[in-house]
Ligand binder design. Sequence first.
Ligand code: SF4
Length: 78
Amino acid sequence: MFSNFFKKDNENSKDLKDMTLNVKINRCPQNHPCPSVRVCPVGALTQKGYTAPVVDMDKCIKCGKCSRFCPMRALVLE
Ligand code: SF4
């Protein structure tokens, strides 16, 4: 009954190393400069024109800032 109460916070979540940042193209309206590109602290996101942003996973530190910033939830750390 109380088993969930005693679970560690990360018990049900993946390790960061197993996660990736996925761009959900169908959620991105692709009609504006992506605001999340500017919040990435390591320059891992790029955008050509108004297309959906592309992530460079060699640069990405999986901080989740872009994911939290995107109002369309088009950037998902999963
Ligand atoms: S998760 Fe962090 S490092 Fe990775 S692309 Fe988003 S803002 Fe940049």
